[in-house]
Write a protein that binds this ligand. Structure first.
Ligand SMILES: *Cc1c(COP(=O)(O)O)cnc(C)c1O
Length: 361
């Protein structure tokens, strides 16, 4: 029998029609420095083995829908209550939930993490994109203008910012939070400001966590992905309990699986190990930046994260040339033209990257 024919695309919602699937192509390579992952897997293997053994007998049951053990541990660490914490299948999922719960317009600076825009579009919400200034910092004047004009419900600020690597100035972030808080009498706009601290562990700047006490419209996003556990898919948000309560309504009941919950708990109990990996990445980032500064025809940008953005002549050619030698970095074409982004790897990986880059240039 012949299969019936139907133009599926014509059934799709208009804003999804114009969306393109997120390209996460797996390119085989020797040195993988394209996705801001941690290069260290030893401790994740250790914790996973332990948790798998411990949980092996309960896989016939659904995971704890409330991730109580994980949230309690995080609450202790952040000096908040468990009701101030919500768990997600990666922080991506929490971005999805935040936009589902509060809707748009959604305002964010560009260039930044692509998911704010992709998820807004998937959910049919209006996007307000404000260009960063020349130093990749927030253009507060333009943001405040846009706040007045568009009255956004949500403002996403990734600090340190992906893919530029810098932290935004704390005073500028505060100005934005203040402008849309109940304290502000200048314009009558109330929005939530989501400070995405995916890379905060690598930064010398302070977390915005303590400010949760002061601002009810502040949400902090964190994730285990960049500090060594990207495969687990565990992220969390910290905010006022009223915010958590609302977002929790749209959360799928079993969004973080039991093994991920268990491994996350084990890993977080072993802070020293996590910290030692972070320390080595920060010191390698320093070396990488210094070495890159000595290479002609490239301009590396200082970074507070676990990657370095750099401008390079013939960026497409260099990107391909590196890959030919087995070194995969991210081509930022279309986001910041002429730029590549390299994740800080192990000392050996970084040396291979530097050597290959120097050869190509
Ligand atoms: C990687 C990244 C995330 C997503 O993290 P997951 O927890 O893996 O979903 C969120 N925000 C920024 C800025 C990122 O770079």
């Amino acid at each position: 029998m012949k299969k019936t024919n139907i133009a599926i695309a014509s059934l799709v919602k208009p804003h999804v029609q114009s969306l393109r699937a997120y390209e996460a192509v797996e390119i085989p390579c020797r040195v993988k420095l394209d996705a801001n992952e941690s290069p260290y897997s030893a401790y994740s293997i250790q914790h996973t083995a332990f948790s798998v053994r411990k949980n092996f007998q309960t896989l016939n049951r659904y995971p704890d829908p409330e991730a109580k053990a994980l949230r309690k541990l995080l609450a202790n660490e952040f000096k908040v209550k468990p009701e101030n914490i919500l768990h997600g299948n990666g922080s991506d999922e929490l971005i999805y939930y935040l936009i589902t719960t509060f809707g748009g317009p959604v305002l964010y600076p560009v260039p930044t993490f692509s998911m704010y825009g992709i998820i807004s579009q998937a959910l049919g919400e209006k996007k307000i994109e404000i260009r960063l200034d020349k130093k990749f910092d927030l253009d507060v004047e333009k943001i405040l203008e846009a706040i007045k004009k568009y009255r956004p419900k949500l403002i996403f600020l990734s600090s340190p910012n992906n893919p530029t690597g810098n932290s935004f100035s704390s005073e500028k972030i505060l100005k934005v939070i203040d402008a849309v808080s109940s304290r502000c009498t200048q314009y009558d706009v109330r929005s939530l400001v989501v400070v995405d601290e995916a890379y905060q562990a690598f930064s010398s700047k302070k977390s915005f966590l303590p400010l949760l006490k002061k601002y009810k419209n502040l949400v902090i996003l964190k994730t285990l992905s960049k500090i060594g556990l990207a495969g687990l898919r565990v992220g969390f948000m910290t905010a006022d309990s009223e915010i958590i309560k609302e977002v929790n309504k749209v959360r799928l009941p079993f969004n973080v699986n039991s093994l991920s919950q268990a491994v996350a708990v084990e890993a977080l109990k072993d802070r020293r190990l996590l910290q030692s990996c972070i320390k080595s990445i920060v010191s390698e980032r320093k070396r990488l930046l210094n070495e890159m500064k000595k290479v002609g025809n490239i301009k590396p940008y200082p970074s507070d994260a676990n990657f370095i953005l750099f401008k390079v002549v013939n960026s497409d050619k260099i990107h391909k040339g590196l890959l030919k030698k087995g070194v995969l970095v991210r081509n930022m074409k279309g986001v910041i033209d002429g730029c590549l982004r390299v994740t800080v790897g192990t000392p050996e990986e970084n040396t291979i990257f530097l050597k290959t880059l120097k050869q190509l240039l």
